[in-house]
Ligand binder design. Structure first.
Ligand code: BGC
Length: 256
């Protein structure tokens, strides 16, 4: 099962990790406010139960830096998450093995392996546009985990406080006004990393036609194939690959 934990919703379904296809409807429960570990674990369990998923592996795309299953930042969730083991808390609540990965990295994995990024060489960067701005960077198909390109400083602010979809809604910006901000964001990103291709993901990528006229960047841009399903699909793919590696390393230790 793949689950995308977001600042506003926890969404997921059963995924065929060999084809990247979601086999069930993508169901959603609202992210509780405040988004504390306990409250989120309860909502997470509810989603798992809605799918009647028992004992099986769950991949979680989580909106923070994730190292060894532990959340190391909390930009759009409760600060109690910092230092919390995501895999343990969600695993304990559901009774299922859980593998966690940054949510934008998860979306990138789905797009690189089965979506619009498939076969793309060079530097490919996926940006998710939602409550925050998430990033996933691939070089010749290899993921550089935990990049936080929503957090560089742009116009004196953390970039996602200037150009996320949440800011567009909160400041009631028109698509043209917000499009100009997002264009400044992409121009700066290009100065930092010179990508060969940019993929736009997250809910707002569906509305690309509303702001594409404001984008002046001379780098190819594609809209994510899986749109807002990418995070859940990529999390499931990551979990199955990562679990394979963890099992192989555990076996190697037993042989030693
Ligand atoms: C977080 C990232 C996350 C992004 C999208 C940002 O605020 O720092 O880790 O990928 O939001 O959810």
């Amino acid at each position: 099962m793949g689950i995308d934990v977001g600042a506003s919703g926890i969404k997921g379904g059963i995924v065929d990790t060999t084809t990247g296809e979601m086999l069930t409807e993508r169901l959603k429960v609202a992210t509780p406010m405040p988004a504390t570990p306990m409250a989120m674990a309860r909502a997470f369990k509810e989603l798992v139960n809605m799918h009647q998923w028992k004992d099986g592996l769950i991949g979680v795309g989580f909106p923070s830096i994730v190292i060894n299953g532990i959340a190391l930042s909390a930009a759009n969730i409760d600060a109690q998450w910092i230092g919390t083991n995501i895999e343990k808390i969600f695993g304990d609540f559901t009774g299922c093995p859980v593998v966690a990965v940054n949510d934008a990295d998860a979306a990138g994995i789905a797009e690189i392996q089965f979506g619009v990024g498939k076969g793309e060489g060079g530097t490919v960067i996926l940006i998710t546009i939602g409550s925050g701005l998430g990033s996933a960077v691939f070089t010749d198909g290899h993921l550089v985990r935990n990049t936080e390109f929503g957090h560089f400083i742009l116009k004196g602010k953390v970039a996602e406080h200037y150009a996320s979809d949440k800011v567009r809604q909160e400041e009631k910006l028109s698509w043209d006004e917000w499009g100009e901000r997002f264009n400044s964001y992409l121009l700066h990103l290009n100065r930092l990393i010179s990508p060969n291709l940019i993929i736009l993901g997250g809910g707002t990528s569906k509305k690309f036609a509303k702001f594409s006229q404001k984008i002046t960047l001379d780098v190819p841009i594609k809209v994510a194939n899986y749109r807002n399903k990418a995070g859940a699909i990529g999390a499931a793919i990551y979990a199955s690959q990562e679990m394979g590696k963890r099992n192989a390393s555990a076996e190697a230790q037993v042989i030693e």
